[in-house]
Design a protein around this ligand. Structure first.
Ligand code: ZN
Length: 286
């Protein structure tokens, strides 16, 4: 049973006690626009409200999990109004400069990621191909990550003069040294490397990605829902006591300082002159 929402940018499928939520813009390597953000949120809400669903899998249709935030597809919709779901703040539409950026990114990036991290059911990211920048945020908010051997990861936004993506989990999910290495170099790292650093739970052949993810989900689904919810909260609280939440808040300020600096020195361009194309071209050179 597959159903689609919001012009099919996200699909929702039930397999017994498992909900499979799939990003569905494969022609743009599942670049995340606001339509996709709110469709993901609706799909997660549906899975949370369905008492028969025990585990949620987040996947990407096509060759790649996701290329990150949409900074250049024809469906880029930063000027479209959506009702805020993640934070109590005014809408970014009609605002200028830092006021606009802070409102928008608080809602669709940091706020949504935090909201999804707190989904009271276990979530598993099933990752193949590219998982770049904003896509790391989606994988990281999931409780576990199963990656195929061909998966690769990178956060190259330091090239924009920005200290990493908005959901700054890097030091907690990678450890400080690996976090610095991936940020300082912007280079891709493999699924095997991600596993060695403890960022990924399992690495499996591409052909087995779905079956291995579902097997893991099935095992977890045998546990009682409330026990899983409390256990998830326990680990998340421990992570926050390790400073993740407050650390992220402080870095979100640096992130916005960088956007504002870029806008100040390069004609209002908060991305420092980088585009989806230039970022992809630099990645290829590596
Ligand atoms: Zn940003």
């Amino acid at each position: 049973m597959t159903t689609t929402t919001d012009s099919e940018v996200v699909t929702y499928e039930r397999r017994g006690p498992v909900a499979i939520v799939t990003m569905n813009r494969p022609e743009y390597r599942n670049a995340q626009n606001s339509a996709m953000t709110y469709a993901l949120d609706a799909a997660f809400t549906r899975a949370v409200e369905d008492a028969d669903i025990k585990v949620i899998v987040l996947a990407g249709a096509g060759e790649h999990f996701s290329a990150g935030h949409d900074i250049g597809s024809p469906g880029r919709d930063v000027s479209v109004h959506y009702e805020n779901k993640a934070v109590m703040w005014w809408d970014h539409i009609g605002r200028d400069g830092g006021d606009q950026r802070f409102a928008r990114e608080s809602e669709v990036y940091l706020g949504m990621c935090r909201r999804w991290r707190e989904i009271p059911k276990p979530t598993i990211a099933s990752v193949q191909g590219a998982c770049i920048a904003g896509a790391l945020m989606l994988a990281w908010v999931c409780d576990m990550i199963v990656a195929s051997e061909d998966a690769f990861f990178a956060d190259p936004v330091v090239r924009m003069g920005i200290p990493g993506v908005e959901y700054f989990a890097h030091p907690w999910v990678l450890g400080p040294r690996a976090a610095k290495e991936i940020l300082f170099t912007g280079e891709r790292f493999s699924a095997a490397q991600a596993k060695e650093w403890g960022m990924v739970n399992r690495v499996v052949p591409r052909d087995d990605l779905e079956s291995e993810t579902l097997a893991l989900a099935g095992k977890i689904a045998e546990m009682p829902s409330f026990g899983l919810a409390l256990t998830k909260k326990a680990v998340n609280q421990a992570e926050d006591l390790m400073g993740m939440r407050s650390g992220m808040d402080s870095v979100f300020g640096l992130h916005h300082f960088a956007h504002a600096h870029n806008a100040e020195v390069s004609d209002g361009d908060s991305l420092g002159g980088q585009t989806a194309k230039s970022m992809a071209a630099q990645a290829k050179k590596e």
